[in-house]
Design a binder for this molecule. Sequence first.
Ligand SMILES: NC(=O)c1ccc[n+]([C@@H]2O[C@H](COP(=O)([O-])OP(=O)(O)OC[C@H]3O[C@@H](n4cnc5c(N)ncnc54)[C@H](O)[C@@H]3O)[C@@H](O)[C@H]2O)c1
Length: 261
Amino acid sequence: MEGPLADQVAIVTGGGQGIGRAIALRLAQDGMDVVVADRQGERAEAVAAEVRGTARRALALTVDVTVADDRQRMLDTTLASFGQLDVLVNNAAIQRAALPLDVTEEHWDALMNVNAKAVYFCCQLALSHMAERRSGRIVNMASIAGKLASTIYHPVYNVSKAAVIAMTKTFALAHAADGIRINAVCPGVVDTPMQEVVDREFARVVGKSPAEIRAERVGRIPMNRIERPEEVAAMVSFLVGPDSGYITGEAFNVSGGILTG
Ligand SMILES: NC(=O)c1ccc[n+]([C@@H]2O[C@H](COP(=O)([O-])OP(=O)(O)OC[C@H]3O[C@@H](n4cnc5c(N)ncnc54)[C@H](O)[C@@H]3O)[C@@H](O)[C@H]2O)c1
């Protein structure tokens, strides 16, 4: 199949549902073969089957990105199966709510391990391969929460996404001369299973119903509607494609106007 990224290979972490699924399908539409890595193996397999339906090759891997052996197996299996890695999308993350003074060390570690530490070491692993080839692109899924602390109800999530933006810029500078581009995407309020967790968790913390929370959050979006996962995937497609060839170290908002600049 022809496409701007024909026959290149991408790994999408957290590709089993939500934004990751949309990214896997969009990159396949662009012509890429896709490794769908998720700790929910059956979901990864279902998305890989959808990718194969677009006539691209796909591999589903059960991977917990917080586990070093899993990360190494993800790279090794990708290289053994497809021979190369052109694109890594670090999309896997988790959500949990608590007021700032109620955060425990266990809460901090759980969030930071998945949302920040694993992203750092997935970048490190992919870069060892990409630097040797002197080519590659990485997109890290951050959030507007990492720029403006969008609510006080998920303080560690805010911190984790700020860390993602900082590591994106650092890795981008370190590898700009190697022909590798690394950028981040900052979505707003996206219609995914995670959003249901957010509604439920905020409802628990502030004593409202999940439906009230959802209505309030969507009501604050200038474009007056929730974001579709495909609208995040379109930005990822741009950032790994040839039209963004001179862009690295950026963190782009895709938030319907919640955050401008
Ligand atoms: N939904 C939103 O409104 C929103 C907004 C801004 C940023 N984001 C970010 O976009 C990304 C995707 O979010 P989503 O809404 O699709 O989330 P989601 O919860 O619907 O999907 C996340 C996927 O990641 C996987 N995952 C979680 N922990 C993992 C681990 N340790 N190892 C491997 N896989 C793991 C889950 O199994 C799941 O399939 C995340 O980085 C999230 O922080 C989402």
